[in-house]
Design a protein around this ligand. Structure first.
Ligand code: B12
Length: 448
């Protein structure tokens, strides 16, 4: 009899703080962004499904709320459950339920890679690091009943040229307003707090452009004009790859969003190409508008600190090309005192930023920040993974109290996401864009 593997994503967004969920998360800006992104599928699991031999049956299941599930969501011989820290307790509870029924449980992903010993208590096998190098051998072992307890990909030299086609066909496509595609992994910078893919893929690597385009075409077979979110750490580090990607994307009629760093602003030609290729928005970690906030965040060369003076011009230049910037700020950084909320507010008001994300400094397991705060005795509770949401405070800030950070987040959110300020930002962006197009037209006229 054939074997069936269930790929189980604990989906949706999370926040633990009651005041925030009752009050803060109903603010228009928060709601807008969470609605948009909450329905993204797990690209990690779709990728592993794509690496699974065709003789094995596969199914993709999303579990937004485990309490709403009676028993288990489907019968399988084995399940692969993905993990972020915020939902790991739910993942463990579900894993325990499956194991009690004799279903083999495979755990992997960011949280499991950071805390393998903890995860192993709830799994038949765990995968540490990137999934692709481990998966084929794992499935072969599973099929012959010889699953090992751990598959460790660290140190494997996995190239994205060998990346499989994610199984987008497993999705009920109408349920999504965006889909993710990955064009690269890793980041050359070493920000102390970063908990993204670079923690399991420490070297910067790119996916060959023809592979990225094949994924986009596969999506377009079922959704002709999709909105794509690139699930990248930092898309435009390799400018040559970035340009090649833009040239190819320009032919595809897709709109997209990605995460990158402020240096894209230095390359006007790239910005033009990004606009022509359908770029709607770039998300950039500005982190803080103040020197004290930024100092020491990037640990290799204090890079972020050196960019601060360029922030305003860079935002203006990117947005002048018709690409909106989602500027991200971290509240409660070590160099930030109670005055920092007003500093962020002043900056965002004057900067013309179209979109803003504010989150609190969070110590994720596996980051240098977590290790340091643990040494300094500044974690509020160890292993309080449910607080790893970016909205809940899990550490003692250096320059303010926990209560000040929580109330600072809420009052700043109320101002930033108010209808009035949101409208003002939208108008500013479109005025600026029209101005730019007029300027360009009159230059052309003068030259003709
Ligand atoms: C897209 C995305 C989402 C999507 C989709 C999530 C999903 N179901 O996959 C949505 C919008 C739903 C989301 C929600 C949240 N997110 Co998010 N998200 C991302 C983003 C931008 C890309 C992730 C991605 O697709 N990577 C590409 C895939 C291919 O990588 P991967 O998932 O890690 O999978 C690989 C390996 O980990 C491994 N693997 C993964 N799962 C499994 C399972 C098994 C069995 C095996 C063997 C291997 C394996 O194999 C894969 C291939 O190598 C990252 C930021 C970034 N740039 O990375 C943040 C990020 C992952 N998110 C983060 C956070 C904090 C959240 C939220 C808590 C926010 C909130 N307050 O709600 C929630 C989590 C909710 C939840 N359900 O747990 C953090 C997580 C840090 C951490 N260690 O936990 C990140 C890193 C961003 C950050 N600021 O730090 N997110």
């Amino acid at each position: 009899m054939g074997m069936k593997i269930g790929f189980i994503a604990m989906s949706g967004v999370r926040a633990h703080n009651k005041a925030l969920t009752d009050h803060g998360l109903t603010l228009p800006g928060f709601v807008e962004r969470s609605k948009v992104i909450a329905s993204l599928p797990s690209l990690g699991l779709l990728t592993l499904a794509g690496l699974t031999p065709r003789e094995v049956d596969v199914e993709y299941v999303e579990v937004p709320d485990l309490d709403a599930v009676n028993g288990v969501p489907g019968e399988f011989d084995a399940v692969a459950i993905s993990s972020f820290s915020a939902q790991i307790r739910e993942a463990y509870r579900l894993a325990d339920r499956y194991r009690a029924r004799g279903t083999r449980v495979i755990l992997g992903g960011l949280h499991v890679s950071a805390r393998p010993a903890e995860a192993a208590q709830h799994a038949d096998t765990i995968v540490i690091g990137e999934g692709e190098p481990a998966w084929p051998a794992l499935v072969a072992d599973l099929r012959r009943g010889a699953l090992k307890q751990c598959y460790d990909s660290r140190g494997c030299d996995f190239h994205l040229a060998e990346a499989p086609m994610p199984r987008f066909d497993l999705l009920e496509i109408d349920r999504y307003n965006r889909l993710t595609v990955q064009t690269q992994r890793g980041c050359p910078f070493r920000c102390e707090f970063c908990a993204a893919s670079m923690r399991i893929a420490p070297t910067f690597k790119v996916k060959p452009v023809e592979k990225v385009m094949a994924e986009i075409r596969r999506i377009r077979e079922r959704w002709p004009h999709p909105f794509i979110e690139f699930a990248d750490d930092n898309t435009f580090v390799n400018k040559r790859h970035g340009r090649e990607l833009m040239r190819a994307l320009a032919k595809e009629h897709v709109r997209w969003f990605t995460e990158t760093d402020i240096s894209v602003a230095e390359d006007e030609e790239l910005l033009r190409m990004m606009h022509d290729a359908g770029c709607a928005q770039v998300l950039i970690g500005l982190e803080s508008p103040s020197p004290a906030g930024l100092d020491g965040l990037e640990q290799k060369a204090n890079w972020k600190s050196k960019q601060r003076a360029k922030y305003r011009k860079a935002i203006d230049r990117i947005q002048g090309h018709g690409i909106t910037v989602n500027g991200c700020f971290i509240l409660g950084l070590d160099g930030a005192g109670p005055e920092s909320f007003a500093e962020v507010w002043d900056f965002v008001r004057d900067s013309g930023l179209y979109e803003i994300q504010i989150t609190v400094q969070t110590a994720f397991p596996g980051t240098p920040l977590y290790e340091r705060l643990d040494r300094e005795g500044r974690l509020l509770r160890r292993d309080a993974w449910e607080l790893c949401t970016l909205f809940d405070v899990n550490l003692k800030p250096a320059g303010m109290s926990v209560a000040e950070l929580e109330s600072g987040l809420l009052s700043l959110a109320a101002k930033i996401y108010s209808d009035e300020f949101t409208r003002e930002r939208r108008e500013k962006f479109f005025d600026r864009r029209r101005q730019n197009l007029r300027d360009a037209a009159s230059i052309q006229e003068a030259q003709a």
